[in-house]
Structure formats: structure tokens, C-alpha cells
Design a protein around this ligand. Structure first.
Ligand code: ADP
Length: 355
């Protein structure tokens, strides 16, 4: 069966010559929750707007359920878009705002009213139906925007930083609601955010972008465990990145790198020249265990936040790294700035990539 959404070599160059997106390939299954994650200006919104049809594509193709929609106007695509500022009409009532998309389609009044009533009920907005949109709280406005996007029964809901305007508490609540709603409806969601925690917490897969290019498309855990590029290794989590020269692999099938900190083994191609070690892969160990990588250094700082200890360590080459450990272990408690420390790392948790 065709994918719900497919981007084939999609690119966008704006008339002023800005290359916003290049060679974007993506296949999304029905009912998947996909996040586009990356720093401001990396091309997330442009890509979303191209899927919605608000922006022409310069290269490639966009397919929805197997149909090429590249030249179809937005209102004829089976997509709905939710904007960061919600784009509600302030002087219109909640009901009028929600009915807007159905009005555009020219839907008959009886059918329209019944659809709007149903969605008002679903979002607990019935009691506010006749209130003006500008007389409501941020959270309520967010719900109206969602209701308005969903009332047209899209195949794909596109969300452009939809939680950006909410305070942290409300953000968390609506994140949960959004996730439940998406599961319940089984609609494909494509969600744009620059907030790591949001992308990693909400989505089935994350597309990490930088400078208009797709860096990695993975399950959130995989982005932590196996970053595929230097950008992802820097951007996601807290990794130690060490450059080196490739060596013939070891007997266990791991690749090896010669580095200023000794030989580092890990998962990756034989010609990789960069090791990535997650902060939580380091173990504080008095002597080092057989088979583990070993790093000697000096503690420069320690902060215990809840159950997590954040230790900063200066290694032999003078670089400072971040180590995460359980705060309540004796080893973590005993550390003081200036103390020598030995760190062990299981090479299986090291990823080797190309710089
Ligand atoms: P993001 O959503 O990741 O913040 P955008 O897709 O908004 O990024 O922008 C990607 C790049 O395209 C940026 O360099 C931005 O300045 C540029 N850009 C966005 N819209 C336009 C436009 N209408 N004309 C020219 N350049 C644009």
C-alpha cells in the first residue's frame, strides 16, 4: 500500500536565491507521528508549508497516499495545518472559527452544524461555542485551532510549533492531550518544533534537519543511541566527540579508532574517523573493567540534581567532558573538584561516524 505521505527529493529555493530545503526524502506510514526537529532557519516550516501547498516546491515530488499533490492547491489537499499563533479570527465566535474550513468547502448547513457540534463536544468547547475567540485563554485557543484543523477530517494534520505560545505547564498538558488524540484518531501528524524534548517525547520518528538538509530520520531513542552525523551528535543529548584515525577492526566486529586518548572501539563503519560517547555511557570505576574503554581525568565540577549527578571531567588532552551518573552512588558522592577519576565505557555504547 502507498505511504500516507512521501517526499521524493523535495527541494525549495526561494526567489531571492535562498536554498531553504534540499533533497528531502521521507516516507510516512498511516497514523505515524513524525516530528521535524532542528534549529531556527533549518527549513522545517518551509517543508511543512510545501506539504500543505502554501509554498511551491522547486524540485522533487510530494505524494499523499500515492497521489502526486505537488501542483494541487492547499484547499484541495487532504491536509490541515495548525499554526503557532493559531491564526484564529479574533472577532468571530468559536463556532464560526471552527466552521471556517467547512464553509470554504461549501458544505451544507445541516452537515456542517453536526460536524462542528461533534468536534466542540470532543474538545470540551461546547460551553464556549458562542464566545468570541479573543475572549479565551491560550489553552482554549489552542484547542480551537486543533478542532478547526480536525473538523475537515484531514488525512494528515500538519502542526507548525503549535505549543510555542503556551507556558511550560500548559505545554506539558497539551502535549499529553495531543499524543492521546493522535492515537485515538489514527491520523498522521507531522509536527515542527525546535524543542528537543517535545520532538523526542511526542513522536514515533524524528527528522533532524540542519541547513535545509535531513541529517537523520530515526526513532527518538535511536537518535541518542546511534547519532548518524556530527551535527546530530552535537545537537541531541550530551555527547563527547573524539576525532581519530581508523584502525583495522577488533575480533568482536567493532570498528576501531586511534585517538589522542587511546584506541576507541565502537559501532560503526570501518573507515569512520569520529567517536561519539553519550554522557550517560560513562561509568565511574576505580580500576576499569576488562573490555571497557578507560579514560583517566580530573573532576572539575559536580552538581547533583535529583537522582542525576552531572560531573565535569578534564581528560588527558585537556578537553572537558560531561558525565552523567546516578547521584546516590558512593562513587558519585565521594567526588570533589580536583580529585582524580577513572571512567569506564562499554564500547557497545560508542558510535563511530564520519566527521
Ligand atoms: P525553520 O522553520 O526551520 O525555522 P524556515 O523554513 O522558516 O526554517 O526557513 C528556512 C530558510 O529559508 C531560512 O534561511 C529562512 O530565512 C529562509 N526563508 C524562509 N521563508 C523565506 C521567504 N519567504 N523568502 C526567502 N527566504 C525565506
Amino acid at each position: 500500500m502507498a505511504h500516507d505521505l512521501e517526499l521524493i527529493q523535495v527541494g525549495k529555493t526561494y526567489p531571492d536565491g535562498t536554498v531553504a530545503v534540499s533533497d528531502f526524502d521521507l516516507k510516512v506510514e498511516k497514523g505515524e507521528f513524525v516530528a521535524f526537529l532542528g534549529p531556527s532557519g533549518c527549513g522545517k516550516s518551509t517543508t511543512l508549508r510545501m506539504i500543505a501547498g502554501f509554498e511551491d516546491i522547486t524540485n522533487g515530488q510530494i505524494l499523499i497516499q500515492g497521489r502526486d499533490v505537488s501542483t494541487i492547491p492547499p484547499e484541495k489537499r487532504p491536509t490541515s495545518m495548525i499554526f503557532q499563533n493559531y491564526a484564529l479570527f479574533p472577532h468571530m465566535t468559536v463556532r464560526q472559527n471552527i466552521a471556517f474550513g467547512l464553509d470554504i468547502k461549501g458544505m451544507a448547513k445541516a452537515e456542517k452544524d453536526s460536524k462542528v457540534d461533534r468536534i466542540l463536544d470532543m474538545f470540551d468547547l461546547t460551553e464556549f461555542a458562542d464566545r468570541r475567540a479573543d475572549r479565551l485563554s491560550g489553552g482554549q485557543r489552542q484547542r480551537i485551532a486543533l478542532a478547526r484543523g480536525l473538523v475537515v477530517e484531514p488525512e494528515i494534520l500538519l502542526l507548525d510549533e503549535p505549543l510555542g505560545a503556551l507556558d511550560a505547564n500548559l505545554r506539558r498538558i497539551i502535549q499529553n492531550e495531543l499524543k492521546l488524540l493522535q492515537r485515538e484518531l489514527g491520523i498522521t501528524f507531522v509536527f515542527v518544533t525546535h524543542a528537543q524534548s517535545e520532538a523526542l517525547g511526542l513522536s514515533d520518528r524524528v527528522v533532524v534537519m540542519s541547513n535545509g538538509i535531513v541529517e537523520q530520520i530515526s526513532h527518538p531513542k535511536e537518535l541518542y543511541r546511534r547519532p548518524a552525523s556530527p551535527f546530530v551528535a552535537e545537537f541531541i543529548g550530551s555527547n563527547t566527540i573524539i576525532k581519530g584515525t581508523p584502525q583495522p577492526g577488533d575480533a568482536t566486529g567493532l570498528a576501531q579508532l586511534n585517538t589522542p586518548l587511546g584506541v576507541i572501539r565502537g559501532h560503526g563503519p570501518a573507515d569512520a574517523d569520529m567517536a561519539v560517547i553519550p554522557a550517560e555511557a560513562f561509568r565511574i570505576t576505580p580500576a576499569g573493567a576488562p573490555g571497557e574503554l578507560r579514560f583517566d581525568g580530573t573532576v572539575t565540577n559536580k552538581s547533583l540534581i535529583g537522582s542525576v549527578g552531572h560531573i565535569r571531567v578534564r581528560l588527558a588532552d585537556q578537553r572537558e567532558i560531561e558525565v552523567e551518573t546516578h547521584a546516590d552512588t558512593d562513587a558519585a558522592q565521594a567526588l570533589v573538584p580536583g580529585a582524580p577519576i577513572t571512567l569506564g565505557v562499554d564500547p557497545v555504547s560508542v558510535t563511530l561516524i564520519h566527521s
